[in-house]
Ligand binder design. Structure first.
Ligand SMILES: *Cc1c(COP(=O)(O)O)cnc(C)c1O
Length: 476
């Protein structure tokens, strides 16, 4: 018999879509998933096997076994996969707390009722209950943020990039904004101050050099077209060594001298002095307002630890103008953001509570003892689950995490990790298996070792990690 005939026989053995759909397991799948998804998957699976037959080399044809069973199992897997949500939980074992790729800040469990309440029931989002008439969505956050930052007025938009755009569009459109060359930052995901400036319709006037900018550089650049003096907190890099920048106090006095407002993009938005909790000092929003900056903007989901948002605080007369800018409508925040931000900010009314309840702050301020306890527990759970039967060398080692999110780049977070050196597979293979596995563990490979930094891992995830490791590294 020629191979052609053999292939023909294989094709003839392929079941029809209806035949596969008739299998009781597929019928059961159809009860839980949309039928269209299952039909599409069955079609895809049959097609996959058809293509396999087409691509068989002559010598492979005879030994190729085709079973309906394989097609059914493949259809079940692809059906389930097609119905999975794309956005899913992962385990962050990188030790990077504000990890932009993994969702930046995490909200507290304690605010889930507030969040779900706003999401699933009607609210006074734009309704004044006292007066019985239309209200504004922007009033809900005003008092809280004023109290925490000491600012005169507040406006919250979708993110800090939007905040900077709105500030410049309102205050500097058609004029010039002066910024130091040392502060022309690019933030991950291509947020560039010069590009935002161009979008806003303001002309960027760069002054100074990358490492040094003096008071006189700003002063010499001032013209009748100067609309703002802008300071950008270089939160994602630091120019160290032979460097100099102009302080907020000096910017303020220059602004006063020429009657030009001073604005600051603070990036991270730290609301409490974290040096009290063992971290490096990072300027707070309160500091900037106290030093007389007219307008300050910062992110809601970096070190503040809330939902994605851009918070603008400062002088009422500028914020009033921003509220009237048509851009504000395009950048407006959703009720879920307002609910999450208000509930998160409420923790800040009691500093100790903020540190304890806001996950970002909690993870950043773990004590040495807490980290030690975490790593011991993770190690213990891994050993218990596997009965010590893993084909790898497992140990506890020191490691260094990061704040992340472009915040405090020079600050290293001393941490501990469970470190794994597999014997029979490569470290990169192990990394891949655990990333693609059910728990999607995202960890770092360093020095031919797989490193699970415990700082960003939750206690309830230990068992999943142990199970995944057992699957990936079992001796037999
Ligand atoms: C992160 C950051 C931004 C962008 O903030 P998003 O909230 O991500 O839009 C802008 N400026 C600075 C200095 C930043 O650090």
């Amino acid at each position: 018999m020629s191979n052609k005939t053999n292939k023909k026989e294989l094709f003839a053995k392929l079941p029809s879509v209806d035949e596969v759909l008739g299998d009781e397991r597929i019928v059961e799948i159809c009860e839980n998933l949309p039928r269209s998804i299952v039909v599409e998957s069955v079609r895809g699976s049959i097609d996959k096997f058809r293509k396999k037959i087409v691509s068989l080399k002559d010598e492979e044809v005879a030994s190729f076994s085709l079973s309906e069973e394989d097609i059914i199992l493949d259809s079940i897997i692809t059906s389930k996969k097609s119905y999975e949500l794309s956005l899913k939980n992962v385990i962050n074992a990188t030790g990077i707390v504000v990890h932009t790729n993994l969702g930046r800040s995490l909200l507290s469990e304690k605010i889930k009722d507030e969040l779900w309440g706003a999401a699933s029931r009607y609210s006074n989002l734009e309704y004044d209950i006292e007066e019985g008439k239309r209200g504004s969505r922007y009033t809900h956050l005003t008092d809280m943020i004023k109290r925490i930052t000491g600012a005169e007025d507040v406006l919250v938009v979708n993110n800090n990039a939007a905040a900077v755009l709105l500030i410049l569009s309102t205050m500097a459109k058609g004029g010039e904004a002066i910024v130091s060359r040392g502060e022309l930052v690019e933030v991950g995901g291509a947020f560039r101050i010069p590009s935002i400036m161009a979008l806003s319709g303001a002309d960027l006037v760069e002054v100074g050099s990358t490492n040094k900018t003096h008071y006189s550089d700003y002063e010499d650049a001032i013209t009748e077209n100067t609309k703002v003096l802008m300071k950008v907190h270089t939160s994602n890099y630091r120019i160290v060594g032979f460097s100099e920048s102009v302080s907020l106090e000096e910017m303020r006095s220059l602004g006063d001298l020429y009657a030009i407002p001073v604005v600051e993009d603070l990036g991270s938005g730290v609301l409490i002095d974290l040096s009290k909790y063992g971290m490096a000092y990072e300027p707070t929003v309160f500091d900037s307002i106290e030093k007389g900056v007219d307008i300050v903007s910062f992110s809601g989901d970096k070190m503040l630890g809330g939902p994605q948002a851009g918070i603008i605080v400062g002088k009422k007369k500028f914020i009033e103008k921003m509220k009237k800018n048509q851009l504000t409508r395009a950048l407006r925040v959703d009720k879920m953001t307002i609910a999450a931000l208000e509930a998160t900010l409420r923790f800040y009314l009691d500093e100790e509570k903020a540190i304890k309840e806001i996950p970002t702050l909690r993870m950043l301020t773990y004590t040495k003892e807490e980290i030690n306890k975490k790593v011991d527990n993770l190690y213990k759970v891994i050993m218990q689950k596997s009965g010590g039967n893993l084909d790898a060398e497992i140990s506890i080692e020191d490691c260094k995490g990061q704040v992340g999110g472009g915040s405090m780049p020079t600050e290293e977070l001393e941490s501990k990790a469970v470190v794994i050196k597999p014997h029979n597979i490569s470290v990169s293979k192990l990394e891949e298996k655990l990333r693609l596995g059910n728990s999607h563990i995202i960890a770092r490979v360093y020095d031919e070792k797989y490193v699970l930094d415990v700082r960003t891992i939750f206690e309830e995830q230990y068992e999943n990690i142990a199970n995944e490791l057992k699957t990936a590294l079992s001796k037999n």
